[in-house]
Design a protein around this ligand. Structure first.
Ligand code: ATP
Length: 239
């Protein structure tokens, strides 16, 4: 098991947002984290990346406990946030260098991977640009390149499609497939349910800070008692 969340209670203050969250993401699997606005998807992710501390419960990644060994734990995670976080004073090249340093990557190998990704996302001739020169979608692509160049055990993508052009969405989904084949566990929060239905192996549906349902599309259909219906319809009946 790559990521394991057990009985997570957490949130931003003493009042819990997440009431009792348990789910797993296996190596080589893409799990879709779905649910209405405010259901707790980003809050769950914020706990997994150690931005928030659990009130109770346990999060482990390949057996490494987040509380006991946060440094080792965090190096295993690549993360694409919902809103791009870039440093105004650093160029694209310097953002790549920063990622290499932060994750202690082998410099030349990492740059080889970065060049490949930058070419795919048409950023390879923009290495000396600053964030102010990039559009919203281009900033998102920079975050994606920085995350995908890391050879992480867990890749988390929070609403990755928002602001991306259709070609970039297609390229990102292909790259996620490649990561899965290499054994990376992938957790993706999304509202784009037709894409989620096509690409995710399993789903975790959150509602009011709890897991309302989880499993494959077939398992969700059984739970909702709606055979043959789309993820969209099942979601509407369960969320
Ligand atoms: P969306 O689909 O809109 O992104 P979400 O499922 O990611 O929603 P969260 O952002 O996790 O939902 O929000 C869950 C709850 O936590 C909401 O009630 C929200 O008001 C609350 N919340 C989110 N961010 C904060 C914050 N920084 N401080 C306090 N409460 C917050």
């Amino acid at each position: 098991m790559a990521l394991e969340i057990k009985n997570l209670v957490g949130g931003y203050s003493r009042i819990p947002v997440l009431k009792d969250i348990s789910f797993q993401v296996k190596a080589g699997e893409l799990v879709g984290l779905i649910g209405l606005n405010g259901a707790g998807k980003s809050t769950t992710i914020n706990h997994v990346i150690d931005l928030l501390r659990p009130f109770s419960g346990e999060i482990t990644l390949n057996g490494v406990n987040i509380q006991k060994d946060p440094v080792d734990y965090k190096k295993q995670i690549a993360y694409v946030p919902e809103t791009p976080i870039l440093y105004d004073e650093l160029t694209l090249r310097e953002h790549i260098e920063l990622t290499i340093k932060a994750y202690e990557l082998k410099h030349d190998d990492a740059w080889k991977r970065a060049h490949k990704l930058l070419k795919i996302f048409r950023l390879d001739n923009k290495l000396d640009w600053f964030p102010a020169n990039f559009s919203k979608g281009m900033k998102q692509k920079v975050m994606i390149c920085c995350a995908l160049m890391i050879d992480a055990k867990l890749l988390i993508v929070d609403e990755p499609f928002y602001g991306l052009d259709p070609l970039a969405v297609h390229d990102l989904l292909e790259l996620i497939e490649e990561k899965k084949k290499a054994g990376t566990a992938v957790l993706m929060s999304t509202h784009v349910l037709d894409t989620a239905q096509r690409y995710c192996d399993r789903f975790v549906l959150l509602a009011n800070g709890k897991v309302r349902a989880h499993g494959t599309l077939e398992e969700l259909r059984q739970k909702a008692d709606r055979p043959d219906e789309s993820l969209d319809d099942i979601y509407l009946s369960l969320a």
